[in-house]
Design a protein around this ligand. Sequence first.
Ligand SMILES: Nc1ncnc2c1ncn2[C@@H]1O[C@H](COP(=O)(O)OP(=O)(O)OP(=O)(O)O)[C@@H](O)[C@H]1O
Ligand SMILES: [Mg+2]
Length: 266
Amino acid sequence: MDEVVRLWSVRRRYGAVTALDDVTIGFGAGTFTAIMGPSGSGKSTLLQCAAGLDRPDAGRVEVAGVTLTGLSEGRLTRLRRERIGFVFQAFNLLPTLTAEQNVGLPLRLAGRRPDRATVRRALADVGLAGRERHRPGALSGGQQQRVAIARALVTEPAVLFADEPTGALDRATGHEVLGMLRRLVDTAGQTLIMVTHDPVAAGYADRVVFLADGRVAGRLDRPTPEQVAAWLAAPTAATGPDPAGRGAQGLGGVGHGVDVAGGAAC
Ligand SMILES: Nc1ncnc2c1ncn2[C@@H]1O[C@H](COP(=O)(O)OP(=O)(O)OP(=O)(O)O)[C@@H](O)[C@H]1O
Ligand SMILES: [Mg+2]
């Protein structure tokens, strides 16, 4: 399967803290990966390095066939605008702009005139037809996050990153957003990489990658919330072959690189 995002031996240090330590990982096209791990384990740093929002100190990052390492700021910014979508926990919408103005923003920044039909379709795709003229303050949290997702998708990015996208939402609203993200993968073939602390949210993904101390510590394919919770409670207990054949894998003897590009059926 084609990989949309790949990291080779990526390291990121902040002063004395090693946030990412020799991470090698790939993400297949049209797959949904959840990244989990304790607070401070490097999840956001991984997303930011993979999305070109942060620069690794060592190693290589490739997105949609382009090596980010060594790109000028200008080229990196252009690549981010055109090929990469990013959704934050806190929505990050501009409060003075309407939903459709927020969604049109990446097109404006890319020097394109936002085509109203494109913007409206992006909003309709996230279930917000009829809300185009609402400002963020007049929308619920779930609706605001949907606007943020429409904004991230309006440029048809090769990959959508989401850092705890349901972290600020109540449970029911969070599930609506997760169901929508899942449908994007299933129906539009969107590649999606999401950080979450919630085993139930991780259960929407095709696979979970666990980080610990800046390293990939294991993975689960086709995870159930129960398996994820069990892994988080006792990571080493999941290292053996899984009798249910659901693909629990620790990486004890394999080093800390892992390939998660094996497709939804792996
Ligand atoms: N800009 C920064 N300056 C200094 N240290 C940083 C910076 N960003 C991250 N770190 C450190 O790097 C480590 C990894 O941080 P990161 O934000 O990636 O963790 P995380 O897994 O996303 O945690 P959380 O679940 O709390 O969001 C932490 O020790 C953090 O303090
Ligand atoms: Mg984080």
